[in-house]
Write a protein that binds this ligand. Structure first.
Ligand code: GAL
Length: 834
């Protein structure tokens, strides 16, 4: 994060020196999250300036009030929504815009408010926005009182639930910005940069810039574009004249040639910065930065996905937006940590399921190298839960879809637009709904003439709606393909029949995938959702539990959510497959562009197939606390270049008990297992089986796997039988933080025996105490059924581990964490912020 700030600062200094323009830069983008008052509960007068809010809680945004609450079966979100509270909440902020700023334009940007927000400035409503995942903004200028106190009030209504099939969070859960500009400036989301004719030798950069003129006189401005490389050097530039009438916007286009461009890829995500300057009467009146990644790509019906001319598979995962114990409240480091853990696994793609993500996620994907499938909606007109977005769709879909594309279309990491996930309009037996073609034309604003309607009379309303959504996207960005996640694989699917899908996307349905080339000739294909394999980190069912190595299918009674499926890759939802099955399918079929596994991390809500007290999902490759499950190492072995040798389960069983030992590995020809030094046999993976397995009799001591290549030992892994819990081990992911009030250290807490071996079944309660410049932002242990609060200073271990997240207070210096637990010796660590 620091490096990036330095880089941009370096770029600006360089430009100030090199461009013969005024150094005045009047655009400012200020983090507006500090010092808000909050109250849970409705307060009809709270929009008024004079309203007394001194008793309200003072906090900084982003904020999610639901994550602070208690789990309850009675919360209206239900277990699907995480069983946490909803309700109505109010936020107020008092601020004084400096007199010196009078004449500037002030715009407030909300990256996301869940949901149904209404924003007031000095008692005047600026507007309301139902969709909780969309970014929106309001012009404050007409109602501002310069040099005096102004009050922004925001009402958030998430009382009608369920409205989401997963945990949404509640409140102003993303960042809020105050954008100050002059009267003439680059319009909101006003640049659009496309790289074309890309090769190692050259690339064309086509730039469109919209300039807004909020003054009452027409102006003639120059728009200058500078492409700046990562070292801060200007590598291309262009300039055009742009007349803009009073109160209007105009657009200007430029084309730049870049010689020997550094190409963006998942391994080298090279980012240029496009600096746009608006020059009026010889004076620079605006400066605006756009990240640029130069890359070429294609999706092919036979060859799959190609990036910069090289075929590759998209090895992606789906992610919901919650950050575990931090809830939905955006924190850049928390998102970065999730992405680091996934990248380390070899993951190179993120599907933003099933809604527009926080912009910070996309920034990180740009800079860390992920192939993003950016998604707009989980439903269209047909609802999936009783109070969801379907009720706003007719009125808002166009606006929300446009804003989504405009906000995101410059991110080099985005390669696919998804206009929906498993929308119920897909089903071939879904009739033309309640609307006739004529009504749909009118209500949904298709803008079709009677002639066009007659011609399209054959097409269902659902197909026409699909076409309409796709047209809206294409109008704003024709460079990326459109898909949807469909669980109706039949070509009669209304979405497929619309002809508007550039890529056919299946959720699950592996059995239908071999028929895709026949059923959809000429269409590229991707698995938009795969492998809902179920696993609880640390839990293993053994042969004596009557589950053998054979697939453990859905027919088992799912009665005890504590002991959800074992971590072996033999357990999955009935509509899915095992991880290995899908990996092999993709490996063996060139036409499959790749997959997005359901999911990368466990998320709050949707504990399918369990009900209460289960309140978070079992689907992730990584648990809710960020601890990898065993499947993580299967993917790491198959997807990454890292050398992997992972042996599981633990070695604490009943003497004489049969135990299945599994091993994921790569970069070796064979693996041999030893129990207390005695060989249990040599095994090798085969094209059909991506793991090695031994059934052995447990005896206390050690189990060890040795990997060999060409007869040479290349790796060893030993697991010892743990004794009684004796100590706590604390391991922070980072001990050096930024003193910015936001940075985090994720501290892994392990219960270990006297020799330091992890006690794999320990569930000791651990208490935390922090001294110095940090506080506890959250605690977790990955258990999907724990009723303990996420905001607390204690947590029980779950299969030997838990997590405490420290957040810097904004001050530099040291913070000391002490962990204590009855009967165990305590542990301490320190983190330093500067
Ligand atoms: C899919 C759906 C996901 C999730 C998943 C659970 O059908 O698209 O959002 O619900 O099932 O298995």
């Amino acid at each position: 994060m620091k490096k990036l700030a330095y880089l941009l600062c370096g770029v600006c200094c360089l430009l100030l020196a090199s461009c013969a323009t005024s150094p005045e830069n009047i655009r400012e983008r200020v983090d507006f999250g500090e010092g808000w008052r909050f109250q849970l509960g409705d307060e009809p007068q709270a929009m008024n300036v004079a309203f007394a809010d001194e008793d309200w809680r003072l906090l900084n945004l982003p904020h999610d009030w639901a994550i602070e609450g208690d789990f309850s079966e009675d919360n209206p979100s239900g277990t699907g929504g995480g069983a946490l509270p909803g309700g109505i909440g109010w936020y107020r902020k008092t601020f004084v815009p400096e007199k010196a700023d009078a004449g500037k334009q002030f715009r407030i940007v909300f990256d996301g408010v869940y949901m149904n927000s209404e924003v007031f400035l000095n008692g005047v409503s600026l507007g309301h926005r139902p969709y909780g995942y969309i970014t929106f903004s309001y012009d404050l200028t007409p109602h501002l009182k310069w040099g005096e106190e102004n009050v922004i009030a925001v009402r958030v209504d998430n009382s009608e639930q369920p409205n989401s099939r997963w945990y949404s969070g509640c409140g102003i859960y993303r960042n809020v910005w105050l954008v100050k500009t002059g009267a003439v400036h680059v319009a909101e989301w006003g640049t659009y940069v496309v790289s074309e004719n890309v090769s190692d030798a050259q690339a064309d950069l086509n730039i469109r810039t919209r300039v807004a003129n909020e003054s009452d006189a027409s102006v003639q401005v120059k728009v200058r574009s500078f492409l700046i490389d990562a070292e801060g050097q200007i590598v291309a530039s262009g300039e055009t004249e742009c007349p803009v009438e009073a109160g209007k916007e105009s657009e200007t286009s430029q084309s730049l040639q870049v010689e020997q461009p550094e190409l963006w890829s998942v391994d080298t995500p090279y980012i240029y910065t496009l600096l746009t300057e608006v020059v009026q009467d010889g004076k620079t009146v605006d400066r605006y930065e756009t990240p640029v990644g130069i890359r070429s790509f294609s999706f092919d019906a036979e060859k799959g996905f190609t990036l910069n001319g090289k075929p590759m598979k998209i090895n992606g995962v789906c992610m919901h937006h919650d950050l575990g114990c931090l809830g939905a409240a955006v924190n850049v480091r928390a998102i970065e940590r999730q992405l680091e853990i996934l990248k380390e696994m070899g993951c190179n793609g993120i599907r933003c399921s099933h809604n527009p993500p926080a912009p910070e996620l996309l920034d990180l994907c740009d800079r860390m190298g992920f192939i993003v499938m950016d998604e707009s909606f989980d439903m269209w007109r047909k609802k999936k839960t009783s109070h969801d977005y379907a009720r706003y769709f007719d009125e808002w879909y166009e606006r929300d879809l446009r804003d989504f594309i405009l906000r995101d279309r410059n991110h080099p990491s985005i390669f696919i637009w998804s206009i929906g996930n498993e929308v119920l309009e897909q089903w071939s037996d879904a009739k033309a709904d309640t609307l006739s073609l004529e009504e749909a034309n009118l209500i949904l604003n298709f803008g079709h003439s009677a002639d066009m309607l007659a011609k399209e009379g054959e097409m269902s309303v659902n197909s026409l709606l699909t076409k309409r959504l796709a047209e809206l996207v294409k109008e704003l960005d024709p460079t990326r393909p459109i898909t949807t996640g469909c669980n109706e694989p039949n070509p009669a699917n209304h979405l497929f029949k619309s002809g508007a899908m550039d890529i056919i996307g299946y959720n699950y349905h592996n059995a239908n995938i071999p028929d895709v080339p026949k059923n959809f000739p000429g269409k590229p294909f991707i698995i938009t959702e795969s492998n809902s394999a179920l696993a609880t980190r640390g839990y293993y069912r053994m042969p004596s539990d009557k589950v053998t190595i054979c697939p453990d299918r859905w027919d088992k009674p799912y009665t005890d959510p504590t002991f959800a499926c074992s971590a072996y890759d033999n357990c999955h939802v009935p509509w899915g497959n095992t991880h290995e099955e899908t990996l092999k399918l993709i490996r063996d079929n060139a036409f499959i562009s790749g997959q997005y596994v359901w999911t990368g991390f466990d998320y709050i809500g949707e504990p399918t197939p369990y009900g209460w007290p289960a309140r978070s999902s079992y689907f992730g490759i990584v648990d809710l606390a960020g601890f990898p499950k065993d499947a993580y190492y299967l993917y790491q072995a198959e997807w990454s270049d890292k050398t992997v040798l992972h042996l599981f389960p633990h070695w604490n069983w009943t003497p004489g008990q049969d135990v299945d030992m599994w091993c994921y590995y790569n970069h070796a020809d064979e693996v041999e297992l030893f129990v207390n030094g005695k060989s249990q046999g040599v095994r090798s993976k085969t094209p059909d089986c991506l793991h090695a397995v031994w059934r052995v009799k447990f005896e206390p001591g050690s189990v060890k796997v040795v990997a060999r290549k060409g007869g040479e030992t290349v790796g060893e892994k030993e697991i010892r039988t743990a004794g009684e819990p004796a100590q706590i081990r604390l391991t922070p992911d980072r001990a050096q933080l930024d003193a910015d009030g936001k940075d985090l250290s994720f501290v892994t807490v392990e219960i270990v025996d006297k020799d330091g071996t992890l006690c794999p079944n320990a569930d000791n309660l651990v208490n935390f105490q922090v001294e110095g410049n940090a506080f506890i932002a959250g605690v977790d242990n990955g258990s999907p059924i724990s009723m303990e609060r996420f905001k607390d200073n204690k947590r029980k271990a779950f299969y030997g581990k838990c997590l405490v997240v420290l957040q810097n207070t904004g001050k530099p210096g040291e913070a000391k964490l002490t962990a204590t637990s009855e009967g165990l010796s305590q542990a301490e660590i320190s983190v330093v912020a500067e």
